[in-house]
Design a protein around this ligand. Structure first.
Ligand SMILES: Cc1ncc(COP(=O)(O)O)c(C=O)c1O
Length: 460
């Protein structure tokens, strides 16, 4: 354990390279109640490893269902992690002063990775296991472009060709993300595309479709299922993906100890749930094993409110209904969110593990509109200097509100949030925000009920 690095004005807590975790933490080992099974859509029965074998290498399928507490990180993966991990943990002293709050605000900064977010933590691992299994090509989807560029980066390191289906609205909003993927050697296609049956079906109904993560997932899964040399890689939602992200929280536990502190409140934004879980799962695990209790708050966009307004039910992970059925908070697999700028949060469902934690009462969820999140992100940039990804702005808004609650209540709490990525490729979003062009989208109950009416029926 590194020595305490705390002085009255310490701003960053840094760990040496030999403190990169040697194992990922698997929360499934400590859950008071196991996750509901994943079901085969045809039979309604739990699926087995063979059902997933066309899509994923066996090592990752094993991790998906493992209840081992620790899963060793292969040395070639740690070697790549070494380039940017351990990531810094910052104390946001200037933001605290700006808010005039007694709160102690900390953030773990994942934007220092080559692709600019937390996504390489799992991209590198997934590329490694696929290369080990002899796979030549990976197909994937991307919303914000962060995941696509992370997998493109990992693919080039491990000699894999990467095909990325990028949600059309993001493809148009973020040409530089596309160029980054191409610079890493990946192929990037706007989704829905003419390349797959699922894409063509959507375009036949709506030639101007903005696309969605659910649609892009269908396209990538279809390609992987049809080609012997190709597997599918997902940037969030699945248990193994969330587990790869726990390097974030494991490092943060050590860094909070360096600060002689422990979080009272943890905050993260949730799209599919991976950066949130990466930060919070090690803390929740410690709590479940008898450690300190921590309040955990998931922040999602009000324009895609799966955790706060979705139904906890079995649903498909994609719009084309090619995936198995998972129990999660969902808005319905045909829900197509509007083209708001936090592209990584435009997913109709939430990770089964995050959904389960919500049902168990271990986490809270809150939804914010995009304009107030951009205001929080700009306030953060003007005090801390880092320009956040639009997704991360949601976590910042959540953390600022927690800090203002401390001020109102006259108490000092430690708040730790995940600053999961920078926004250097998201400048069009900021340009639109400054031009007053961003709008907020709310839904009536009737609108939300429409996509939910199509939920698959599954025997209780
Ligand atoms: C920077 C960033 N944050 C958050 C997300 C949301 O994904 P997750 O909830 O899996 O972290 C994304 C997804 O693309 C992202 O790019």
């Amino acid at each position: 354990m590194p020595k305490t690095a705390n002085t009255a004005d310490t701003v960053k807590y840094l760990l040496p390279e030999d403190r990169i975790p040697k194992a990922w933490y698997n929360l499934q080992a400590d859950l008071p109640k196991p996750l509901p099974p994943v079901l085969h859509p045809g039979t309604g029965k739990p699926i087995g490893p063979d059902d997933l074998a066309p899509l994923f290498p066996m090592a990752l399928i094993g991790q998906e269902v493992s209840t081992e507490r620790e899963i060793e990180i292969p040395e070639p993966v740690r070697e790549v992690y070494r380039q940017w991990r351990p990531t810094p943990l910052f104390r946001a002293r200037r933001l605290e002063r700006e808010l005039d709050t007694p709160a102690r605000i900390y953030y773990k900064y994942e934007g220092v990775s080559p692709a600019g977010s937390h996504k390489p933590n799992t991209a590198v691992a997934q590329a490694f296991y696929n290369r080990e299994a002899g796979v030549k090509r990976l197909a994937t989807e991307t919303g914000a472009g962060q995941w696509g560029s992370a997998l493109a980066f990992a693919g080039t390191l491990f000699g894999l060709q990467v095909d990325v289906f990028m949600v059309k609205v993001s493809y148009q909003q973020k040409p530089y993300r596309r160029a980054l993927m191409e610079a890493y050697g990946a192929r990037c296609v706007a989704s829905p595309s003419e390349e797959t049956q699922s894409g063509r079906a959507i375009l036949a109904k709506d030639p101007n479709s903005n696309g969605s993560l659910g649609i892009a997932i269908s396209e990538a899964v279809e390609v992987a299922a049809q080609r012997g040399d190709t597997k599918y890689a997902l940037g969030s939602v699945l248990n193994h993906v969330l587990m790869h992200q726990t390097v974030v929280g494991l490092e943060a536990i050590e860094q909070m100890a360096m600060a002689d502190d422990y979080p009272d409140v943890l905050v993260g934004c949730t799209g599919g749930g991976s950066n949130f879980s990466g930060l919070v799962n090690p803390f929740i695990g410690a709590q479940l094993r008898g450690g300190k209790t921590v309040r955990v708050v998931a922040i999602e966009p009000a324009a895609c409110p799966s955790l706060t307004r979705g139904k906890y039910a079995y649903d498909f992970g994609d719009t084309g209904h090619l995936t198995p059925l998972v129990k999660m908070h969902t808005l319905g697999s045909t829900f197509v969110p509007p083209g708001f700028h936090a592209g990584g949060l435009r997913y109709h469902g939430m990770a089964p593990l995050v959904s389960h934690l919500k049902e168990l009462g271990l986490i809270e969820a809150r939804a914010y509109h995009q304009v107030e999140c951009f205001a929080a992100g700009v306030q953060f940039a003007r005090s801390e200097g880092i320009l956040p990804a639009p997704e991360a702005n949601h976590a910042i808004k959540g953390a600022i509100d927690e800090a203002l609650a401390c001020k109102r209540d006259g108490v000092s709490r430690a708040i730790l949030f995940n600053l999961c990525g920078h926004g250097h490729f998201d400048m069009q979003a900021y340009i639109d925000y400054f031009a007053g062009k961003l709008t907020d989208q709310s839904y009536s109950e009737a609108e939300l009920a429409m996509a939910l009416a199509g939920l698959p029926s599954v025997a209780a």
